[in-house]
Design a protein around this ligand. Sequence first.
Ligand code: F6P
Length: 546
Amino acid sequence: MSPVIGSETTNEAAWSDLERHREQLTSSSLRDLFATDPDRGERLAVSVGDLWVDYSKQPITEATVSLLTDLTIQRDVTGFIRRMLSGECVNTTENKPALHTALRTPEGTTLVVDGTDVIPGIRETLCQMADISRRLREGCMLGATGKPITALVSLGIGGSHLGPAMATTALAHLAHPELAIRFASNLDGTEITDALDGLTPATTLILICSKTFSTAETMVAAETARAWLVDGVGTDVSAHMAAATAATDLAGHFGISPELTLLVPDWVGGRFSLPSAVGLSVMASIGPDAFAEMLAGMRVVDEHFASSAPHSNGPMILGLLDVWHRSFLGASSLAVVPYSSQLSEFPAWLQQVSMESLGKRVTTDGGLVTGQTGPVVWGAPGTDSQHAFFQMLHQGTESVPCDLIGFARPIADPRIAHQDALMANLFAQGAALAFGMTADEAAAAGTPPDLLAHCTFPGDRPSTTILAPELTPAVLGQLVALYEHRTVVAGAIWGINPFDQWGVELGKSLATNIAGELKGNKSHVAHDSSTNSLIGRYQKMRGHST
Ligand code: F6P
């Protein structure tokens, strides 16, 4: 097992117990742990809805899980979860609840926040989304010239893009064959150009996803798209623009009609907003029924999260393992490897969920944290990633915990016999990472003596395997909720606010200032010498005089 790289100083008994326990475990390899406890592969696992979550290849024993659950008691994680689910103000720096789970509550639920039941509003938006989706899918949503709309272009960034783009790709096999769904997020003009390429304004709906309706990237793209629509159909483009936003007044000023303005409640964080109106592109693509299945999948995990004891609570255990790795074992990153091409955008979605939530150095009460918080999250689909970064995972100097996600039944035509080969790779990688290959084993396998050092594998590289029957909307919803809740658990343990994102503000305001300077073509801007020089060179290269 890896040596300790750093840990938190705290007076809590649970934390000190875990530090002592880590010292005892350090001498046990994963080989040792499996040798002394041969059944751990069945026992150190948990069922969460349709997901089988096997964490037996993690550097832990049942004692570790028990000590980590003691920590949840000392840090009142269960209380934090209860307050989050009931709509209390858990996002204290922004003074609001974090109530994304309300978006997927069953019919008939009541959830009163500040004296108002929030469920009727959610149902109303879902009905509005379903109505738009059905009309798009049935070819009876007409544009300004009377032609049916056949393309939806979703503009948005961060949480107003990553979830919908990820889910639309993940469920591409269910996509409506005659409705084009495209996305543009980046301020780089090639994205909107590509998104609009080949489309006709008269048959296109532009969906502006922005909770604040003021994010620079999205508003620039929205202006470009509106000009494109006006060029194509004339000044009344209201039949061609919709919005998913909390700032309905700003959407109105922009020219979005009330019928095509979908409310995103203020208490839904951007990165948790896939089940909100921001997901209209997903619903239009797969249909309202499949979207409802995705919400039902999320709900299964929400209910499991709310009701399971810590030691059998999947999101809780995964969040605790994240804390174990980061705070006790010094792991600085988490790799996420879905064995599914259609989950290619899952790591990018998770990057925002995890890193915007847990990338904090200040506790909720404003003090500095004393140890480490969220890891770098990265990843790419297997098997491509095996031919890219797995060399480092197997033989690099740092141990990187990773999640391997796989499915029993293929999305591809089952006559194409790829699935067993694909999953054989997932199982093989988990075993190779955990148990490696000793020099003796390599020699016995015929490795020449001069290559033995290169061909041994240290093992002890931890992984969690998540196995599901098939990538259905319900299973995707379960995966989304599993990772959302896991993130919240780690945040609650570290005592940071997993729902704010103040760290994105400084760069935004500097960019606004510099954009103003560039617009005015000012030659003497007052930044540091590096920034001044870069701006000057940029203007010269761009052909502006300085
Ligand atoms: O990156 C910061 C952020 O505020 C994210 O949290 C959010 O998902 C994204 O910008 C987009 O914000 P909006 O939906 O308000 O345009």
